[in-house]
Design a protein around this ligand. Structure first.
Ligand code: G1P
Length: 297
């Protein structure tokens, strides 16, 4: 224990899912490219990773790989056009995407589950702690959620999961933990030591109301655990099951993070996120608010 100086440099973005909850929009493009106001979902996650000090982005792709690759690549034609037209702000926003980071891609040929997707990044991650970001969980927070997990990881040197309270039958859409609160740095009721995890339990069998949200800070031993487990819920290799395996030899913490999370992989959640993010924008918020007021809801 104690503050450590290991730097977490790498963030893995599983992006090979079929996006069935968002058909037909996701028939020919990955759900990670759905646009929230004016940026694709995955860019929100990538920016969160960058703002948490990570520099190596590893995207695990399936179908629609080229749209994601092109998005994070330099677009000479577009930059040239914006330059000749004197559109400096737009040029800066387009350049910022490709400038700040080093992006690598690895292919997940079959959608065999989240654990399987993370395992595809094993060689690129190597023997160091890393983050996993599920980009359909969009989190609006003053301190980036990944940074909040990182602070706990740096103190305990262990894996840390983002947790949120979910009440009612919705709990069975999530990985759910059994955990005891740990007091930490004036945080009480926020940090938990995890004792068990269950992927998508029946509501009546959920061990608590603490759901796993798509931000993970993992130690590299997780890869061995993923390799050791059998398919679970939905016949898929589940990251939750691998974490349960890891618990046998390593402590795992969970943090009820500060911030608001949107399930942007769900149509209603996506609409809510769109409205809230648009209202927060300094360039769009004012006129958009005025427009909403005219709707007489
Ligand atoms: C995945 C994880 C689940 C977690 C959820 C968070 O499920 O398997 O444990 O609670 O992300 O969004 P998915 O939503 O991909 O089915």
């Amino acid at each position: 224990m104690g503050v450590m100086n290991t730097k977490v440099r790498k963030a893995v973005f599983p992006a090979a899912g079929l996006g069935t909850r968002f058909l037909p929009a996701t028939k020919a493009q990955p759900k990670e490219m759905l646009t929230l106001v004016d940026k694709p979902l995955i860019q929100y996650g990538v920016e969160e990773a960058i703002h948490s000090g990570m520099t190596n982005i590893i995207i695990v792709t399936g179908r629609g790989k080229t749209a994601i690759e092109d998005h994070f690549d330099v677009s000479f034609e577009l930059e040239h056009l914006l330059e000749t037209r004197g559109k400096r702000d737009l040029l800066a926003s387009v350049r910022a995407i490709s400038d700040m980071i080093d992006v690598s891609y690895v292919r997940q040929k079959e959608a065999l589950g989240l654990g399987h997707a993370v395992l595809r990044a094993k060689e690129l991650v190597g023997p160091e702690p890393f983050a996993v970001v599920l980009s359909d969980d969009v989190i609006d927070a003053e301190i980036p959620c990944l940074q909040q997990l990182l602070d706990i990881h740096n103190f305990y040197g262990a894996s840390v999961l983002a947790l949120m309270e979910v009440n009612g039958p919705e709990i069975s859409n999530y990985g759910v933990v059994d955990a005891d609160p740990v007091s930490h740095n004036g945080l009480s009721g926020k940090l938990f030591r995890i004792h068990n995890l269950v992927e998508k339990p029946k509501a009546s069998e959920a061990p608590s109301n603490l759901a796993i949200i798509g931000r993970y800070l993992l130690t590299p031993e997780i890869f061995r655990s993923i390799e050791s487990i059998e398919p679970g819920s939905g016949g898929e290799i589940q990251l939750t099951d691998a974490l349960k395996h890891l618990l046998r030899s390593r402590p795992i913490y969970g943090l009820k993070f500060e911030g608001r999370r949107y399930d942007a992989g769900d149509k209603l959640g996506f609409l809510k996120a769109t409205v809230e993010f648009a209202l927060k924008r300094h360039d769009l918020g004012g006129p958009f608010r005025e427009y909403l007021k005219t709707l007489n809801l």
